[in-house]
Ligand binder design. Structure first.
Ligand SMILES: Cc1cc2nc3c(=O)[nH]c(=O)nc-3n(C[C@H](O)[C@H](O)[C@H](O)COP(=O)(O)O)c2cc1C
Length: 493
């Protein structure tokens, strides 16, 4: 099933690409040729958090699963951040998810912001800026933030690799999918109050380290995101919209009190769908079947997600997303980075890919539909909230045509920054390349093999194994190949 969709790499030119898009019902603006850097809308500076971002590319937060056990960055982490700086993007949205407390980590190698690690985070930021200056000149430097997270139901902080979920409510589908014990107590309101302090303390440290802003992560199924869907939770953090946003409001007001110079951003899963699973009836030897929605009949009305139509949870509903953005604007949150869904239960809407990760499913639709869905949603929200700076996600699957679409959507005002995720792992210099008017280095374009997700799902560091020689020739690459063969043989059995 995996290869049924037309491969973007085989499409010759924007005209053919646009024709193909129209055959699958997509209409995206697209410049025929990227302009020279001076004229390109992508090269236009923009004010953000009291600084000037030199251009409209953003690097998304991208975890490497390669921090030290005490939560400090390692050589691999520094290398990734330097490459992000060297690439010339005007905004570094968060670097990667950084836990605010040890038991909030999504893996034992996730970075941790605490008093002991503070100076390492300062060094990380400075080395990214040095790398930027070395190749991009000494003009205005990128705006740099730190993404702060609590992993909530996806916490896996210890070396034994076991999930240690912290949940706000019982989820009829996710509890079963991730075998959450029925007796697991819900997080108490007192614990939540401590987490608010952890976020505020980490933000104070981020300000001391010189970060321009922090991102209070509300996406991808982690704790902040789970608050937004805590419809069934009793008490002050569940039920009404007001209660479900209390966590975010308390963190924002704590930061404004204790770190008043720090900018505040939020990465949000703007919409979601019911979890998906591989259709076993359509699996081929060694390949999972295409994704299809899990059976949700016993979970209706579907009050277990944010930005979902509760009567038809295979569709999104942006009513509360709009309410949330209105609230963020009122609170003085100046920027949002919009994403979708979760990599754990519906990766095709979050990071559209042709090849699934080892625990995923083959694409249920042309991945370009997933790209377009994110672009359209951001366009809609941007029109409603022109005052909020918006970063869009999911552009990597556009591959060779990313520059053409990026330039057009920024020109049309559909989005302020084009965010780069997986593409920034395979080809971090892409922003600089595009801004200099050079053609895209096709050999470095991410073709969405999903090894950057498969590796960490199986205990290995993340990076671009197919294209970055640092990973391609590493011992981990051999381990990854062996492990993929074993998984494929197991699936064939
Ligand atoms: C290996 C990997 C690590 C990621 N880590 C994070 C993270 O730490 N925080 C976050 O908000 N998103 C994370 N993401 C999601 C990306 O930021 C981005 O939203 C996603 O890859 C879609 O963008 P793209 O199409 O440009 O790749 C990660 C994605 C991948 C593939």
């Amino acid at each position: 099933m995996t290869n049924d969709f037309l491969k973007v790499a085989t499409i010759k030119g924007t005209e053919e690409f646009q024709q193909y898009l129209s055959t699958i019902g997509i209409d995206l603006p697209m410049d025929q040729l990227p302009l020279s850097s001076l004229e390109s809308p992508i090269a236009m500076p923009i004010e953000l958090f009291g600084k000037t971002a030199p251009n409209r590319f953003a690097i998304h937060p991208m975890e490497g699963w390669d921090g030290a056990l005490d939560g400090k960055p390692t050589e691999n982490t520094f290398r990734r951040w330097r490459r992000f700086g060297d690439g010339g993007a005007g905004l570094i949205w968060g670097g990667e998810a950084v836990a605010v407390r040890p038991d909030a980590r999504a893996n034992p190698n996730q970075l941790l912001m605490n008093a002991q690690n503070r100076s390492s985070f300062e060094a990380l930021r400075l080395s990214l800026l040095d790398a930027y200056r070395e190749t991009n000149g000494s003009g205005s430097t990128p705006v740099v933030g730190l993404q702060l997270t609590h992993s909530g139901r996806f916490s896996r902080p210890n070396l034994d690799g076991k999930m240690e979920p912290k949940i706000l409510y019982r989820h009829p589908i996710l509890d079963a999918k991730f075998t959450i014990p029925s007796g697991l107590p819900l997080l108490t309101d007192t614990e939540i109050a401590t987490f608010v302090e952890d976020f505020v303390d980490a933000s104070v440290r981020a300000q001391e380290c010189g970060y321009d802003f922090v991102d209070i992560k509300h996406c991808h199924g982690y704790l902040g995101h789970e608050f937004l869907s805590a419809f069934t939770r009793p008490g002050p953090y569940g039920g009404s919209f007001y209660n479900r946003t209390r966590f975010m409001r308390e963190i924002v007001s704590g930061i404004q009190r204790d770190a008043p110079r720090l900018g505040i951003g939020v990465r949000l899963s703007a919409f979601d769908l019911v979890p998906y699973e591989a259709d076993i009836l359509q699996a081929l030897p060694g390949h999972p079947g295409p994704g299809l929605p899990v059976n949700y009949c016993d979970a209706m009305p579907y009050v277990y997600g944010f930005g979902i139509n509760s009567d038809q949870p295979t569709e999104y509903d942006l009513a509360e997303t709009v309410e949330f953005l209105q609230l963020l604007a009122e609170l003085g949150v100046g920027a949002v980075n919009l994403s979708a869904g979760s990599p754990y239960y519906n990766p095709h809407i979050q990071r559209p890919a042709l090849y699934p990760p080892s625990d995923g499913y083959a694409p249920p639709e042309d991945p370009l539909l997933g790209v377009a869905q994110q672009i359209y949603v951001v366009k809609y929200l941007k029109q409603l909230f022109p005052q909020i700076t918006m970063v869009g996600s999911g552009y990597t699957y556009l591959q060779d045509f990313l520059p053409n679409v990026a330039q057009a959507v920024v020109r049309e005002g559909w989005v302020d920054f084009v965010g780069l995720g997986r593409m920034a792992l395979s080809h971090p210099q892409l922003p600089r390349e595009i801004l200099s008017g050079a053609p895209v280095s096709r050999k470095l374009v991410c073709r969405t093999f999903s090894d950057c997700t498969t590796a960490p799902r199986n205990g290995l560091i993340s990076g671009c194994y197919p294209l970055d020689p640092h990973y391609k020739h590493s011992p981990e690459a051999q381990a990854l190949t062996k492990m993929k063969k074993q998984l494929s043989a197991k699936a064939t059995d």
